[in-house]
Design a protein around this ligand. Structure first.
Ligand SMILES: Cc1cc2nc3c(=O)[nH]c(=O)nc-3n(C[C@H](O)[C@H](O)[C@H](O)COP(=O)(O)O)c2cc1C
Length: 270
């Protein structure tokens, strides 16, 4: 076969394609465990950031993140329907993957369109609540996983509340596909710094926490519930409000928060 013949060119091109695809596929498969480990670490880091135990932008090694997480965070699995803890004999918290469960028909439930404020269609039966405990073992905060649609993507994050389940301590979004400079400003530390201290519920128990369009005037009668909107990104901002209303509402963490708000000596209704 002539070296510069058409057949020879096609053979060389095909061999090159095969070799390259084997290298790329091998790298993708070989690196998957490391990618998954990095994702798990990033989630832990974001739980710690939401709780204010790691500062935004702080470079923290895997060892520091693991140590802080083990020392301060107690992941608890709850049944979203009842708000009660799930026994480890029913679901093993060490192996439970909430993201996988949300997409698995056996481990999740469809959400009625009218209730689907977050636009996620299904929600897992069991969810983690990350209890933040101080050195004396006292419950300090609760970090709740949240997710919902923005403009282009589903945003995944954490909302940290005081142990009373009513006051915001922090918020983070660790994964989304919104536009840099617009919706992706959900990651902006300056915007996230507005959240701590905001109130979730009014006296009647209604969820009032909300991202508004534009800036919140300091004189606003609802200043304790309102967060400035992201400029040029009203749809993402509305998505954040909606997903918070969904996850703190009756179809998600509502039953869990109701139990938390009950007086400790309240006798359950017969
Ligand atoms: C290329 C492009 C990317 C955009 N990305 C976002 C986004 O990530 N989030 C968002 O809410 N709006 C985004 N918008 C703007 C929306 O289309 C819409 O105009 C905006 O949400 C309205 O917000 P405003 O009323 O604050 O201007 C984008 C627009 C363009 C042209």
């Amino acid at each position: 076969m002539k070296r510069d013949s058409t057949v020879q060119t096609l053979v060389v091109a095909t061999m090159l394609c095969v070799v390259c695809s084997v290298i790329v596929a091998g790298a993708a498969v070989g690196l998957r465990p490391r990618q998954q480990a990095n994702k798990r670490l990033d989630k832990k880091k974001n739980v710690l950031i939401a709780a204010g135990l790691i500062q935004e932008g702080q470079v923290a090694s895997q060892q520091v993140i693991d140590e802080k997480f083990t020392e301060n965070i107690r992941p608890v699995l709850i049944d979203l329907k009842t708000g009660k803890r799930v026994d480890a004999s029913i679901v093993n918290p060490d192996t439970y993957d909430q993201r996988v469960a949300a997409a698995d028909p056996k481990q999740s439930e469809p959400i009625a369109p009218a209730a689907d404020l977050a636009g996620i269609k299904r929600r897992e039966k069991y969810a983690f609540v990350y209890e933040v405990i101080d050195t004396g073992g006292t419950l300090e905060q609760l970090v709740l996983p949240i997710n919902g649609k923005g403009l282009w993507s589903t945003l995944y994050g954490f909302l940290a509340l005081d142990s009373d389940g009513s006051t915001v301590r922090g918020i983070t979004f660790y994964e989304h596909g919104e536009t840099a400079g617009l919706g992706a400003e959900v990651d902006n530390p300056k915007w996230k710094a507005i959240w701590p201290g905001k109130q979730v519920f009014d006296e009647s128990g209604k969820i009032r926490l909300e991202v508004v369009k534009g800036s919140v005037p300091p004189s606003s009668p609802n200043v304790q519930y309102e967060v400035d909107g992201l400029s040029g990104a009203t749809i993402t901002s509305k998505g954040v409000s909606n997903l918070i209303h969904y996850w703190l509402g009756p179809d998600a963490f509502g039953p869990f928060l109701d139990l938390l708000h009950q007086p400790k000596d309240a006798t359950p209704n017969a």
